[in-house]
Design a protein around this ligand. Structure first.
Ligand code: SF4
Length: 163
C-alpha cells in the first residue's frame, strides 16, 4: 500500500461515501423543496467508470470501505453492476448501501450476488399516518399501502439473506 491518507488527527481515512444520484423516489417534505425541478443533468453525474477509478486510486492509500448513498441510490440504473465493479477493486472489503428501501425487494438479491455486504434502511417513523406525511407527492396513501406490502417483503428477505 502506498502512503495512507490521514485526517488531521492522524486517523487513516478508510471509509468513503459515494452519492450516485441526487434524485429520490420519495421527495420528503423536509428534504426536497416544493418547486424542486433543479436537478443537475444526468450527464454531470459521475459515471460508474469514474466512481471505480476514484475508489481504485483511494484504495491504494488505505480506503477499504465504501457506502453508496443518494438521493435514493436504487433509482440509479444498473446499481448492482457498480457494486460488482467496486467489489473487484483490490483492498475494498466492505460495500454498503443507504436506502429508503422502496426498491429493495426488486434489487436485494442482485445486490447481494454482486458483493453488497450491508444495508441501512432509513425510516423516519413506524407510525403509518406520520409516514404518509413525509413524501411530497399526492399518492401518499396509495404508496402507504404499497409500502406496507413491500416492507413485509423486505423483512422476509432480510431474515433470509441476513442483510
Ligand atoms: S428518502 Fe431520504 S433522500 Fe429521499 S427525499 Fe426523503 S430524506 Fe431525502
Amino acid at each position: 500500500m502506498e502512503k495512507s491518507l490521514r485526517d488531521r488527527f492522524g486517523r487513516v481515512v478508510e471509509y468513503l461515501r459515494v452519492s450516485v444520484t441526487e434524485r429520490c423516489n420519495l421527495r420528503c417534505v423536509y428534504c426536497v423543496p416544493p418547486d424542486s425541478r433543479g436537478y443537475e443533468d444526468r450527464e454531470y453525474l459521475l459515471s460508474f467508470e469514474e466512481i471505480v477509478a476514484i475508489v481504485r486510486a483511494l484504495a491504494l492509500h488505505g480506503l477499504c470501505r465504501v457506502r453508496l448513498t443518494g438521493g435514493e441510490p436504487l433509482i440509479r440504473p444498473r446499481l448492482p453492476d457498480l457494486v460488482s465493479r467496486l467489489a473487484a477493486v483490490p483492498g475494498i472489503r466492505d460495500i454498503s448501501l443507504s436506502t429508503n428501501g422502496i426498491l429493495l425487494p426488486r434489487y436485494a438479491a442482485d445486490l447481494k450476488r454482486s458483493g453488497l455486504g450491508r444495508v441501512n434502511i432509513s425510516l423516519d417513523t413506524l407510525q403509518p399516518q406520520s409516514f404518509l406525511r413525509c413524501p411530497r407527492w399526492g399518492a401518499g396513501r396509495r404508496y402507504g399501502r404499497a409500502s406496507k406490502r413491500r416492507s413485509r417483503q423486505v423483512c422476509t428477505r432480510s431474515r433470509s439473506t441476513a442483510y
